[in-house]
Structures are given as C-alpha cells and as structure tokens.
Write a protein of this length. Structure first.
Lengths: 155, 418, 418, 155
C-alpha cells in the first residue's frame, strides 16, 4: 500500500503565518497587571486558553495577552487576536469577534473591518469543520473576559 | 515490548485481505486517498454479514417482539431471544437469563449504578474505580455519590499505565467498598487489567466487581466465570455490530435482587394503579420495545467474529500491536503514552512540536483516521500529564501496511511542524 | 362514526399500491397466505428508504460521532445532527436544541420521570395521568411515587373511551399537580385526546404537560407549540423507522433546568474525580455512543412520510378507519371497545364466544396479523370491563381490501367457535 | 385480494374435544370446601385461572375444579387437568405436570403415564409457540397450589 505524503492540500489551513505564530507567538505570556481575564476550554481535545486584557483609560485595550496549551490553529488565532484587539473598546471587540466567527465558519466575511485582513490566514479552518472551534476558542474566552465571567462556556 | 508474543507466535491462518473484503466501507476513499481506518476503539466498522442481517430482518421478518401471537411476531421474538443465547455463549455466562440488552456500555453501567447502586448499596458504603476509567465508568458513580451518599474511591495506576494493585487493595481494606468497577482494557493506554486478581481482591473484601469490557471483548475470549466478575458490560458497535445495542451481564442472583431501572411495557407481569409486579429474569430490565433489529445485528456480529475465532483475532492484533509499537517508537519525537506489559491494539501517543489536533488533521488529509483528544478519560489524561493524545487503534481488518503508512506519515507530520 | 370525515373528504391522491411496493416485507407470505399486517400500532414495517439509508451509512459513511476530527466522523456527525433538525421540523419545535434522542418512548418518559421527577418535582407534589395510558406512561410514575413521595392521580375516562375532562380538571384543582402526563392517542381505543384543552387546564393549574405521542405522531401532523405541550415523546419504530431510537422533545428551559439522567461520555464538558461539568443542550441527556445508524434511519423515515404528507396520510387512515368501523360493526357478536368521536386507525374488539387469543390464532393461520391481549394497558382493560381484546391497527400501507379480508375472516372465526 | 377461509389447518390445535371442553367444561365451578388453591395469570393476554383441590384422606385428590377467564386452549386444558389429577398424590401430579409440559412444547411425550393419552388432544399447541403457555397455565397454578403459594409465578 502506498499513500501520497504531500501535505500541499493542507497549506490553506496551515499557512506559513499560522505555523510561525504557533511556533513563536508574540503575545503569549502571563501579563500582569490586567483588568479582565477568562479561560476557555475545548472539551473535544482539551485545549485550554486564558486571555488577559489591560485597558488604557478604562475603555480601550492597551494590551492583550494569553497563555495556552493548544493546537497550532488555536495558538495562532490567540496570537493574532491579541494583536488586532489593541486600541479597541468592548463594543468594537464584540463586533470583530462576530465577524471573525463568520470568517472561520464560512471562509469569508462581509465585514469592512480592516482587522479582518490580518485574520484572513485563519479562514482556511472553514474547510475543516471540527477545527473551527480551535480558531474561535480564544475569541470566546475574550468575550467571557469582557462579560466578567471567569470561564467561557463551550457549546 | 511485543505485546503477548506467545499469541503472536501461534499465528493461525488469518487472511486479512479476505476479511477486509467483508467490510464495504474500507474501499472508500477519503480526501482522494485510500481510507486507513485506525479508529476502531471509538467504533468499529460493520461487515456485510451484519448489514445484511439487519436489512434481511426488516425486509422479510419483522414485527414487535414478545407481544404478538402472530407468525411474524413469534419469529422475530425467536430471532431476538436467540441472540441472548449467543451473548451468553460469547461471555461464557452460566445462563441466558443473565443477559440484559441495553443501548450501549454506558447505559449498562448506569443501569447498575441506578438499580444496584440505589437499590442495594447503602449510604456510607463506597464504590471503587481506577484512574484509567472511561467517563462511562466514572460519571454514573459520581452521580450515585452525589445523590445517594456513596463514597467514591479511586485506585491509582503506575507511570507505565498499569493498575496499582497495592493501591487497589488498600482502598478495599476497611470493608466499606460494596462495588468495584474496573475496566478490562483501557481505551487510552491499551492496558489489559488482571481481572481475575482484581476480582479475588474485591471478593475477599466483600465487594462485588463490575468489569467494563467495552474494549476487551473485541480482542480476546472473555469468560466471565473464569474472570470471577459479578457484572460485565460491553457495547455492540465496537464489536463490529450495530449502534444502539449493548449488553449487561450479571449473576442471576444479583439481577433477581435488583429493582428495575426503567418502567414500562414488557418489564412487568401485571400493572394496576396501586401496584405493579415486575417480570422475572432479564426482562425486568428491558422496558419498552427493545432494539430488535440491532440485537439481531449483534447476533450476526457475534457469529462473524466467532467464525474467525478469538485465538486468531488475538494473534493478529498482537502481531499488529507489536509491529506498531516498534514502528511508532522509531518516529523521532513520538512518545507512547502507556507502556503496560499486557496490552491490546490501542496506542496513544504525543508528537513533539505538534498538537494532537494538528496531527489528526494532517493524517486525515492523507486518508488516515485516528482519534485525537482526551478520549473520554479526562482524569487519566491528567494522571499521565498530557492534555490530549492522538490514538491509533486496530481492528480485525487492520493491516501491517496501514501501520507503515501511519508511521511514515507521522515522520512527515513531525517535519511539517518543525 | 366515520372518523374525521372532513379529512377523508379531502382525499388527496394517495396511491397505496405504490406505497406498498416500498415495503419489501409486505410481499411475504405467512402460512402460505398473503401477509395481511394489521399490527402497525405495535410496530410499523420499514420502507426500503429506511433500510437503504441504514445500509448505505454502514457501507459508505460510518464512524463514531462527536469525537473524531477525521472525515468519516465529521460526516457521520453531520448526518446524525441533521436528523435533530428534521425531528424539530416534524414536531414544529422552536429549536433543534429541544430534541433529545432516546431508545424509545419508554426511555423518554423514564428520562422525564427520573430527571424532572426527582430533580424538579418536590415530595408532596402530584403527577396526574389518565385511565387510558400505556404502561410506559404509568409505571415510571409509580416508581417515582414509591421512591420520591410523589402522589399519583388518575383522571377517569368515559364509557365510550374519551378523556373525562371534568375529572381531569377536578384533580388539578388543589394546585399540587406538578406534571400531567397524557397520551395523545390511545393505543387500545384509538381515541385522540384534545391536547390543547388538556394543556390549557394543566397550565392554568400550574402543571406542566407531558404528551405521549407514540401513536399520534404516526397519523397526523403534530405541532408541539400549537398543542401547548411541555414534553412530547415518540418512538421511531412506529413511525416506519428503525428500532432503538426514540425522541424526547422538551421546552429548552425545562431541559436546561433538569439534571442529567445517565452519566458517561458525550454528556459532559469536563470530568474530574471531584466534579463533572455537564454539557449544555440536548447532549446532556445523550450519554455514551448514541444509536447513530438508527437516528440516520429515523431521518429517512421522516423524509419518507413527509414526502407523502400528513394530510394525505391522515385522509387515507380516516377513510380506512371509517370503512373498518362499518365492516367490523356488521360482524355478528363483535363488540368494538372504544367509541370516541375523534379517533385514529386502531380498533380493539371482542368476539362473543371466542377469546382474543383464539381469534388471533385463527386470523394468523389466514395470514392476518393482529394483536391480542392487554396491549400494555392493564388498567384500561379493567376500566373497559374486558380481560383482553383483539386489535387491528392500520398504517400507510393498509388497504380497504385487507380490512375486508379481516371482516370476512372474523365471520368465519365466529362460526368456528359456535 | 382474496384469502382462503378454510380453517382446516388449525384442526390439529382446535380438535373437537378441545372446542367441546372449552364450551362446556365439566369441572369449572367454585368448589367448596377445598384444601389447596392458587391462581395463575398469563401476562401476555390477561388469561386468569384459579385452581382448587380437595384431598381424600389427606394425600390423594378427591376432586379438582377451576374457575377461569381464558382462551379455548387454557379452558380445555384446565378441564382435562381437573379430570386426570383425580386420585393422584402430589408427587404423581408433579410428574404428570412435567410430562404435560413436554407434550405441549414438543408435541410428544415419552411418558408412560396413561393420563397422557387423555391430554394428547392438546399436543397441537406445540406448533403454536405463543400458545404453549395457554395450555400449561392451569398446570402452573396447580403446582403453585401444591406448593401452598397463593399465586403461581409466570415466567
Ligand atoms: C401509547 C403508547 N405509549 C408508549 C408506547 C411505548 O413505546 P416503546 O415500546 O417504543 O417505548 C407505546 C407502544 O408500545 C404506545 O402505544
Ligand atoms: C473502556 C470504555 N468504556 C465505555 C465506553 C462507552 O461505550 P459506549 O459509548 O458505547 O457506551 C467506551 C467507548 O467509548 C470505552 O472505550
């Protein structure tokens, strides 16, 4: 029996930027002090992520960071998320979270939010049904942090 | 490390290609690649004999059982009840009257937790499980603990993934354990537990023993009497049978003493609003219309594996497992989780630098189906110090070539993520 | 006496011979005679579409659900979850999240009796049922009464076999009834109960309403929201689907408030030995590997009956029932048990001078399958003053000619025993 | 659709003696006084039978009688049973009950007991699996009466 071993067809999922972010995340650290924090967990695989946010002037994000044990997709997603939420207020983060969920599920998003182009490399998960949650997990934790919850609910 | 070399040496004539031809799904392609199914421990594929038995029944001989005086009902009842004999023979039970059909292993354990747990165990007594149990053999006992004042004790396992018999014995010492519930074979580590010794320890301390045979019954001959078990459960869909049917075996005296779990038709002798009189025998636990077609399918599955023979199956799987252990150990960065001496064809592993999820996705794109995650065994994951693993598991249709494909692909997965 | 003449008058194009061709078993012979199957209320026969959907899944697309990241598992999960949408549409439920898969109606009712009964109802409250319930809707409540201090009340029925609404209302009066559990259609009398009025009475008294739709869902459109039910149960095998699968529908808020029934894999979010966190939604009630293939088969059955359409089905069955009532009433010595104005295609009867058992045996020797006995409804038998009846029940494949054969044969049965 | 209406093929089950005994049972009455009594019930169909026995000299049956609501088979079986047990002691009744159960199940019995020929007309039930219990129900009640039980257990 011989099987092709080329992984070309997963390159839409594992784009270089994803692999790079997963290997060398820029925003993975235990940030102190912080204003909001929540953990998320994917019951299917046991992936865990904790997201922390510090606000500037109490309304917009000065810095976001995360700690995680997770797959490449969830790590890269968390890292990119920490990047794009900087300078946003809660409302803007919620709307971006919704846009990103759409992107992850459908591969495209109708949103005009410029941050979407930064998140675009994650659109490949839409072809991998059970991996969509990996990409959205950090965002669920972020929303939970904004809601003041300690744990994000996984559905 | 070669699992059970004695069996492997027997190597009876076992024509895996002929067996594969009995499983239509194996000729499917996945993502354009040959389908390499290494997830049998989650659920096995179905041979034509099972599919055909179910179709045949629905096409030619079907009616509700136990209730009709007419020909179709009588014949369907015969077919259904006949499988009770087959299961009794499969498990080497003393009597067909000890076989209860359930939906799956999970329901069988819940039945015991409800009926024996609430009906026979007394608050203050304890149930003893182990660190390597599947959620199906943890959560029902937690629910019993929380509703009925039963203590839940957990015996330890060793770093190599074997049951720590000293820990098990010490938790029995005060005589308060009424029931021990232990898996026959771990669905994560592949470990076979020494049930006969476990049973002797339990009985010496006055406890009954429930054995979760969900994985074990698929791979080796099971003799519940020789094992000394008091309850034994398994699930049809892992034994190449249909979904929707499982089995509880229990000693007749236990079944007789236990109150029913669910109420309804078929499980009663007579009903008045004041009082109902339970049926006797296993029927007491089979409320409502049973999974008739699925029980018939299970009968065909038992016929199928029995015709191959468990000696041949065990030998095939021991050889496969030995091959897999040596091929996988040679993959750079791969760590096998669970190193028990007596083990079956289930191998969990982690790959350095690649998360189990990512491993599974890359394998899948090459047509290779493995499971990745916590395998319904969260506490065991914590005990082994992993958040998740990938797991390859083998069936009667698994080939050495498929294991080679797995190992070769894993080497490339590793470099992909480096 | 013609049941629901309005529907019968609609008489949409309904080609019973084309439908019969979809059911392979109907061409069987029994005792050398054409097979006249008049026992659909016990369990219906299966169309090729259902048999084929199950075989097709097992041959081409099968793996365990919810657990795998690989292609086969994802696709099988899709197929399985898709049926939840179909059932939600069938019942006109507000959301797919309100649909729980069980083994059968019996398990669905037991689930409510355990989870809602022990988790939400308080000792001192009462459950209200009726004299025309199937054992499946009696015994679980008796078990709840005996273990949990819940009172069991029984609303009366009239001599013609209709629910006595005054009796029902008076038993609700003291406000202590937490749950009423009422059949939508009697499996013995054929009576359809006025569920919308029953629901209004129950709700006005602060009680929730469980409706046993095992018989009803087969014959007419069901809209749980229009009915005002809080729980609705049915069983796949009577709806031309496989055995081993049933449905509990419950309002989302109720499901959310209820503790789980069984514990195990799939129904939890996370497990540690100290504490498990339940999954949300219907999953909380689906412990262990579900009846995957059977759920897929149920989906095919729903597709099949939906394509025919419930208006057409109801019209066909109303016409059949009308014909049967007039033909059977004309048989000398035959007494029809149950004379409700709103009734479906289930007719129980006694024959003077011949016991139901003997009637069934003689019919069977002529290829005609009816049920004889107490129909899992002992208390109803007592109420109607009979020890047993014979019962003819109709499905979408039943013909007027079959009813004629039944009536003609009954005349001869009667003279045989005179 | 036309269906043959001849019942010729059930004549092995419903022999004339069966139909006659069912219609005009000789031993169906509420016997008083009695020494032993038990009721039996077939949960499948609701058939009920109560058997009463009076002993002569405390050991052998002076008279047996029954009351029943049941099918032709169970009525005839009860009536024939009441006839053949007369003059027997408990041990002889038990052994005959076992012989009859064999006859009902298999259609033949190896027993040399002369009473078996009286019971022979019931052998036809062996061809009707779910009717075997109808024939054996009165015998189960009889054994229960001998055991001093009030209700025979149905299995
Ligand atoms: C009215 C009614 N309720 C409940 C049931 C039980 O259904 P099941 O045996 O499939 O659980 C039946 C059928 O037997 C029925 O007719
Ligand atoms: C060891 C073990 N126990 C119990 C189960 C539960 O089986 P089921 O889901 O069929 O109830 C499984 C499989 O999932 C298992 O591997």
């Amino acid at each position: 029996m011989s099987q092709s071993h080329s992984f070309d067809d997963v390159r839409d999922l594992y784009q270089n930027i994803i692999l790079d972010r997963a290997r060398n995340p820029r925003h993975m650290h235990r940030m102190e002090p912080f204003d909001a924090c929540a953990a998320g967990e994917n019951p299917l695989c046991g992936d865990q992520v904790e997201v922390r946010v510090r606000f500037a002037a109490g309304t917009t994000v000065a810095e976001a960071a995360f700690e995680a044990r997770g797959c490449a997709i969830s790590m890269a997603s968390a890292d990119l998320m920490a990047e794009v939420v900087r300078g946003r207020d809660a409302a803007a983060m919620r709307s971006l979270a919704a846009d990103f969920a759409e992107l992850a599920r459908n591969g495209v998003s109708g949103s005009a939010d410029p941050a979407i182009s930064t998140l675009q490399p994650l659109s490949g998960v839409s072809e991998y049904r059970s991996r969509v949650k990996c990409a959205t997990l950090p965002w669920s934790a972020l929303i939970a942090a904004l809601d003041g919850a300690k744990e994000s609910s996984h559905d | 490390m070669n699992a059970n070399p004695k069996l492997a040496d027997l190597a009876p004539a076992f024509d895996v290609e002929r067996i594969r031809a009995d499983f239509p799904i194996l000729s499917q392609r996945v993502h354009g690649k040959p389908f390499v199914f290494l997830d049998s421990a989650a659920s096995a594929q179905k041979p034509r004999a099972v599919i055909g038995a179910m179709s045949h029944a629905m096409e030619t001989q079907y009616a509700n059982v136990h209730r009709g005086l007419h020909w179709m009902s009588e014949r369907t009842s015969d077919a259904y009840e006949n499988v009770r004999d087959q299961v009794a023979a499969l498990l080497h039970a003393e009597s067909r009257e000890e076989i209860v059909f359930t939906r799956n292993s999970t329901e069988a354990i819940n039945l015991v937790a409800h009926s024996y747990g609430r009906g026979i165990l007394k608050p203050g007594q304890a149930v003893l499980i182990t660190e390597m149990e599947h959620h199906a053999n943890i959560v029902p006992w937690q629910m019993l603990r929380d509703s009925h004042g039963i203590e839940l004790r957990v015996a330890g396992i060793t770093d190599s993934g074997e049951l720590d018999l000293a820990s098990f014995a010490s938790l029995l010492e005060d005589g308060r354990v009424g029931l021990a519930a232990v898996t026959h074979m771990s669905n994560v580590l592949g470990t076979y537990n020494p049930i006969a010794r476990v049973a002797a320890l339990a009985h010496a301390a006055g406890a009954q023993l429930l054995v979760d045979g969900s994985q074990a019954v698929v791979h080796r001959t099971v003799d519940v009497q020789a094992l000394g078990a008091d309850f034994y459960v398994f699930t049809g869909h892992k034994l190449y049978g249909p979904t929707g049917v499982g089995v509880l075996w229990a000693r007749r005296a236990l079944l007789d003493a236990m109150p029913p779990f669910m109420g309804g038709g078929d499980m009663i002798a007579s009903v008045s609003f004041e009082r109902s009189i339970w049926a006797s025998g296993p029927t007491k636990f089979e409320a409502g219309t049973p999974a008739i077609i699925e029980v018939i399918g299970l009968g065909a599955a038992i016929d199928y594996v029995s015709a191959i023979g468990f000696d041949a199956i065990a030998a095939h799987e021991a050889a496969l497992t030995g091959h897999a252990l040596s091929r996988l150990s040679a993959v750079d960065g791969l760590r096998i989780v669970g190193q028990a001496k007596d083990r079956g064809g289930v191998i969990s592993f982690t790959l350095e630098g690649a998360h189990a999820h990512d491993v599974a996705t890359l394998l899948d794109r090459n047509g290779i189906a493995v499971r990745a995650g916590r395998h319904c065994a969260d506490p065991l994951m914590a005990r082994m110090g992993v958040t998740s693993t990938a797991r390859a598991s083998f069936g009667i249709y698994t080939t050495h070539a498929e294991i080679d494909v797995l190992a070769d692909t894993l080497v490339r997965v590793r470099s992909f993520f480096q």
